[in-house]
Ligand binder design. Structure first.
Ligand code: HEC
Length: 121
């Protein structure tokens, strides 16, 4: 009987955990952009919130370059693999933001769309 109760508790706990992580995925902090994505309107805030603690004008914590201006972020997409680095899995040591967690997929999708739309300023 005790084992059965334990199983019931365990499975209800993991059900709860699965539910709450589903919820956090549907709670998109960045809704999809319907028109064209621009740096000024859509991308800058994402980089400011997630990257410039290290990629500051004077980079910190070993970051190799700033991500403060349009030109710097555009260059990082074109020449430094920015899209690849934010798209890696949690736990991958190359994932950005460094140390994770991975950005919500909806946020990553905005930066991917920015590239597809032509890296507009
Ligand atoms: C906690 C500090 C930290 C944060 C936050 C951070 N980075 Fe980094 N970033 C680093 C460090 C350190 C490196 C160099 C080591 C490496 O390449 O993994 C790096 C390297 C990179 C590189 C590769 C540069 C190159 O030329 O090889 C890119 C692109 C990058 N970061 C983008 C981002 C983006 C985009 C964000 C936000 C989504 C971000 N980083 C957030 C610390 C950080």
């Amino acid at each position: 009987m005790k084992a059965t109760q334990l199983m019931a508790i365990l499975s209800s706990t993991s059900f709860f955990v699965a539910c709450s992580s589903d919820n956090s995925e549907t709670l998109m902090d960045n809704p999809p952009v319907l028109g064209q994505v621009t740096y000024t309107q859509n991308v800058k805030a994402i980089i400011d919130n997630n990257c410039i603690s290290c990629h500051a004008a004077v980079p910190r914590n070993g970051a190799p370059m700033p991500l403060v201006t349009y030109e710097q972020v555009q260059n990082a997409v074109q020449n430094r693999g920015l899209l690849n680095r934010i798209s890696l899995s949690n736990g991958n040591s190359l994932l950005m933001p460094q140390g994770g967690p991975r950005l919500p997929q909806a946020t990553i999708d905005i930066i991917i769309k920015w590239n597809q739309d032509g890296l507009l300023k």
